[in-house]
Design a binder for this molecule. Structure first.
Ligand SMILES: [Zn+2]
Length: 193
């Protein structure tokens, strides 16, 4: 039966590991999770994260993330979990279920950007960048090549466009090192570099 909540008996050294285990489970069950809120700060470090289904409300957006809105598949899903750093477990992280129910059907992993991002290896990303840079192949053609090489890859044409955008940006920054010194100084003063 899909959409089952994950087991919560394990302890993890870091919050990232704990979250990843939940996300891996969610992927198998046909949903995806986001970290919604960090709280219980001690020494500037959170000891608790609230976790929501991506179909729920109130996704946590770091301030630096900009204002671009992603296409939403929110249904107001009530599924909620937490991961907490437990003093009684040697400061290790443990998950807990706050609401184990979803209000939507399960979906394929490829339909969740959260799962696609996590599944793409560094090598695959590099290969895509090389193809973008050195060929005039379309995103669709690159996607087909990647899928032939890696039949289980989770990749969409949109992901390839995003990789292209990021690669272009990177080049602009690397290119800035070639500017002549005076221009570079001026740009630095203006806060552009
Ligand atoms: Zn849900």
């Amino acid at each position: 039966m899909p959409l089952q909540p994950p087991p919560i008996d394990k302890l993890f050294i870091t919050a990232e590991e704990a979250f990843q285990a939940l996300q891996d489970h969610a992927r198998e069950e046909g949903y995806a999770l986001v970290r919604a809120r960090a709280t219980s700060y001690q020494n500037n470090l959170p000891r608790r994260y609230d976790i929501s289904c991506v179909c729920g409300n109130g996704e946590y957006k770091p301030k630096a993330a900009g204002i671009r809105k992603s296409k939403t598949k929110r249904t107001g899903c009530p599924f909620k979990m937490k991961i907490v750093q437990r003093k009684d477990s040697g400061d290790r992280w443990k998950a807990g279920i706050l609401c184990g129910e979803h209000n939507h059907a399960s979906g394929l992993a490829v339909n969740f950007p959260e799962h696609r991002r996590a599944a793409l290896t560094k090598e695959q990303r590099n290969n895509i960048e090389v193809l973008l840079e050195n060929t005039s192949l379309t995103a669709r053609a690159i996607n087909e090549i990647m899928k032939k090489r890696h039949p289980t890859i989770l990749l969409t044409e949109k992901d390839i466009w995003n990789i292209r955008q990021k690669a272009l940006k990177k080049k602009r920054w690397i290119g800035a090192a070639d500017l002549d010194t005076e221009v570079a100084e001026a740009l630095k003063k203006a806060g552009v570099l």
